[in-house]
Design a protein around this ligand. Structure first.
Ligand SMILES: Cc1ncc(COP(=O)(O)O)c(C=O)c1O
Length: 339
């Protein structure tokens, strides 16, 4: 049961509702049947995102999970090996889809904040022989969700790219929140794109679109990616309604992510001032180490503050388009009462 009054929802940046202006863009969208390749708004979104990241091709898909899945399967064949950090979203939150549908083996290592060091990648790469499956690709998550929105700097990424090139393996970036990394560091999106063989980017996280992600690909991969999307049940028809929201989000909601980052810093300061072990955020995610996290989250929810229990002793709080400074101050007060 919840107390009266507005709810502050910090569980995820996926919970945003489309703004009135975004809804107007959806209403005005020109559409066609995208399975026939006839939706002009989908085509416009794909061209825009490909151009922003310097890729030859793009494919609009319903979810980040599907974008990661399709892109990674362009790089790693069934029975191939993929490197990732042990807390990567593809491993922690995608229900083993890569193994289930793609027959992909993963090799991992634990890191403190989800970011692989170039030396981790060098150490983990295996060269194939009759007894050993060789490594085909490495996956990097930027920003890193379970790492608390941690950011790969561009020099760090370039150093990993060098290791990958030296060993002939491909690089995929899970860029569900690459927009946050871009705003936090000022690194142009194209520079991130130049690191990767494939990428996934989400429109429905910090950017506030209701649905949608984009897989970034080479031109010759696109036809196969379209087939795979269809096989996964992701062939969609007048998807231009959703693509219009994505275009609006890119045009209007990238720069404002700086507000989410400032709100995350405010939340962190308030929580620290109240004596909670909140970790300093790099972007829009604040992790809080607290015993009995699930119970704390449940009590806070009864007082209109929703947060995620991310582990037995870990809370995750995410700022976004629908969270204000006042909300952050209120949320910290409520959490301090129950933690
Ligand atoms: C880093 C990362 N990648 C991928 C996804 C998957 O996105 P979706 O929920 O749209 O499938 C998420 C979702 O939160 C995420 O945090």
């Amino acid at each position: 049961m919840s107390a009266d009054g507005p709810v502050v929802d910090l569980r995820s940046d996926t919970v945003t509702k489309p703004t009135p202006a975004m809804r107007a863009a959806i209403l005005d969208a020109e559409v066609g049947d995208d399975v026939y390749g006839e939706d002009p708004t989908v085509a416009a979104l794909e061209a825009k995102v490909a151009e922003l990241f310097g890729f030859e091709a793009a494919l609009f898909v319903p979810t980040g999970v599907m974008a990661n899945h399709i892109a990674l399967r362009m790089l790693v064949p069934p029975g191939g090996e993929l490197l990732a950090d042990a807390d990567a979203h593809i491993l922690a939150h995608e229900n083993a889809g890569l193994a289930w549908h793609g027959g992909i083996q993963t090799r991992t290592t634990l890191t403190s904040n989800g970011l692989l060091a170039p030396d981790d990648v060098r150490r983990l790469i295996r060269h194939g022989d009759p007894h050993t499956l060789g490594t085909t690709a490495v996956e990097l998550e930027n920003t890193h969700n379970r790492g608390g929105g941690s950011v790969y700097g561009i020099d760090h990424l370039r150093a990993i790219r060098e290791v990958a090139d030296a060993h002939g393996i491909a690089v995929h970036i899970d860029g569900a929140r690459i927009w946050n990394a871009h705003v936090a560091t000022g690194t142009p999106l194209r520079e991130y794109g130049a690191i990767a063989d494939t990428m996934s980017v989400c429109l429905s996280k910090g950017l506030g679109a209701p649905v949608g992600s984009v897989a970034l690909l080479r031109a010759e991969q696109r036809a196969q990616a379209v087939l795979m999307r269809h096989r996964l049940g992701g062939g969609w028809r007048q998807a231009g309604l959703l693509a219009a929201a994505g275009i609006y989000a890119i045009d209007h909601h990238v720069g404002r992510l700086a507000e989410d980052h400032a709100n995350a810093r405010l939340l962190h300061r308030q929580l620290q001032a109240a004596g909670l072990a909140a970790r300093a955020p790099e972007t829009n995610i604040v992790l809080v180490d607290v015993p009995g996290a699930a119970a704390v989250a449940a009590r806070a929810a009864q007082h209109n503050v929703r947060v995620s229990a991310f582990g037995p002793q870990l809370l995750r709080l995410v700022t976004h388009l629908d969270v204000t400074e006042k909300d952050c101050v209120f949320a910290a007060e409520v959490l301090a009462r129950f933690a």
